[in-house]
Ligand binder design. Structure first.
Ligand code: NAD
Length: 475
């Protein structure tokens, strides 16, 4: 499949032409891939009405039937993983193998929710005075979801999976930079027989679309993945109609490498994780605190992994790191490197843009910088890694917890005691000990502090689309 003709999906109809459009650019070549139709107020009102009509019908559909449709959609997505993966690489940049892996995991997420939706149990509470109390999970209503460009299949999968399994209808505004993947994703649900209006897909001017959708009383739930700044704006909008929210926002994950860790092995895992998706991952390991005894060994190995990466167009054989998804990220990386340089830091490898077309930035490692450098305090969201030494566990835990972020945190140690202390004391929604694998279909995924609230994934991700309803009956 080549790049598809882009469309909105509203009330079961694919709409290819509207009054306005944007363009989609291939970040590896700078070439225009296509035009993406933008929804204006008229299209958004039709989507709202459709989601409002579809909600009671879908909520009343048997859980087993909802599950069967979702599983069929997941099977189609898996069947089409090669084609969808190519589209994803063309519009987002990550290497094809990574893109296809993302599409397959996204199908796993849909499958997992499809199963879990069949087990959304309520409970009966022992009562007093001849009453009976029954507690029902009750689908919250039509939801609006906003997803970013860094995981164009996976972030929609988490939101579509939770909403549909719980019996909610959904309007998804996927990122305008990566619309092809989202379109192919929702097409699989249409092909699997999902009734019209249950799942709608729109693109547009982000602030206009979110203002219009969240400003409608039809929407009862808002789920957003993106930056903390935009999350704050959307939360403010929800105060009008008091929608429930799930906010998956930015992070700046510390990695603590203790004195007893295997320095080389930790460096390989950490560096491979750091440069995945060119560092544009909200749970990317991004601040490396290495015990002073291991510092040189860890850093040398980390630099070697960075230098061993093959930068290029993600569709080309052998490429292990693609371009940054948009030119804003190049400017941001230049800013981080310039700030570190001004503070006298050492650029151990990389540090600059590569080539004169496409958004390529070299895998970069920086040492000899203080905890107040911008790279240590602001989410980098790119392939630039700062490595700093530490002396004691208490000191490094305090440094790791010093930022407003609290999404993921990681540590490497062979000590059971230190692992337990780190697991308990690191302020993060997800802590990985001797692993970076904290994102799975069946485990809760979410942050604390400025990294957001609520979880996606796991039973928590399904609960996010239920209200709790008590029915008390006298006999
Ligand atoms: P941005 O804050 O402008 O946009 C982030 C995402 O939010 C995009 O998908 C965008 O379409 C959407 N968005 C922006 N304004 C919106 C609005 N008013 N209503 C609804 N959606 C809106 O930033 P950007 O330049 O695209 O990315 C830069 C930063 O965003 C990164 O440094 C990173 O911190 C953050 N980000 C986080 C994630 C994540 O997975 N948590 C993903 C992408 C970007």
């Amino acid at each position: 499949m080549t790049y598809p003709q882009l469309a909105l999906l509203i009330d079961g109809a694919f709409i290819t032409r509207t009054g306005a459009a944007g363009i989609v650019i291939n970040p590896a070549t700078g070439e225009t891939l296509s035009e993406v139709p933008h929804a204006g107020p008229a299209e958004l009102d039709i989507a709202l009405a459709a989601a409002g009509r579809a909600f009671p019908l879908w909520a009343a559909t048997a859980a087993a039937e909802r599950s069967a449709i979702m599983r069929s959609a997941a099977a189609l997505i898996r069947e089409r993983a090669g084609a969808i993966g190519r589209i994803l690489t063309m519009e987002q940049g990550k290497p094809l193998a990574e893109a296809m892996g993302e599409v397959r995991v996204s199908a796993d997420i849909i499958d997992w929710y499809a199963e879990e939706g069949r087990r959304a149990y309520g409970r009966i509470i022992p009562a007093r005075d001849g009453l009976q109390h029954r507690v029902y999970p009750s689908p919250v209503g039509p939801a609006a979801a906003f997803t970013p460009w860094n995981f164009p299949a996976l972030t929609p999968a988490r939101k579509i999976g939770g909403a549909l399994a719980a019996g909610c209808s959904l309007i998804l505004k996927a990122a305008e930079e990566t619309p092809g993947t989202a379109l192919e994703f929702v097409r699989a649900f249409v092909d699997a027989g999902l009734p019209a209006g249950v799942l709608n897909l729109v693109f547009g001017v982000p602030a206009t679309v979110s203002g219009h959708l969240i400003g409608s009383p039809i929407i009862r739930k808002v789920s957003f993945t993106g930056s903390t700044a935009v999350g704050r704006q959307l939360l403010r909008l929800t105060t009008q109609h008091l929608q429930r929210t799930t906010m998956e926002l930015g992070g700046h994950a510390p990695v603590i490498v203790c004195a007893d860790a295997d320095a080389e092995k930790a460096a390989e895992i950490a560096a491979t994780g750091k440069y995945r998706n060119a560092g544009q991952v909200c749970i990317s390991p991004t601040r490396f605190y290495v015990h002073e005894n291991l510092f040189d060994r860890f850093t040398d190995r980390f630099v070697a992994v960075a230098q061993g990466l093959t930068l290029g167009n993600g569709l080309d054989e052998g490429v292990t790191m693609g371009p940054l998804a948009n030119s804003r990220r190049i400017e941001a990386m230049d800013g981080f490197v310039a700030d570190a340089r001004d503070r006298g830091a050492t650029i151990r490898t990389g540090g600059a843009r590569r080539g004169n077309h496409g958004n390529f930035f070299e895998p970069t490692v920086i040492t000899d910088l203080g905890d107040d450098a911008r790279l240590m305090t602001e989410e980098p969201f790119g392939p630039v890694a700062p490595i700093v030494p530490f002396r004691t566990l208490d000191e490094v835990i305090e440094r790791a917890n010093s930022l407003p972020y609290g999404l993921a945190a990681y540590a490497f140690t062979q000590s059971g005691r230190d692992a337990a202390v780190l697991g308990q004391k690191l302020q993060a929604g997800m802590v990985g000990l001797n692993t970076l694998a904290v994102s799975n279909p069946e485990t809760p995924f979410g942050g604390v502090k400025a990294s957001g609230s609520g979880s996606e994934g796991g039973i928590e991700g399904l609960q996010a689309y239920f209200d709790t309803k008590l029915v008390t009956q006298a006999f």
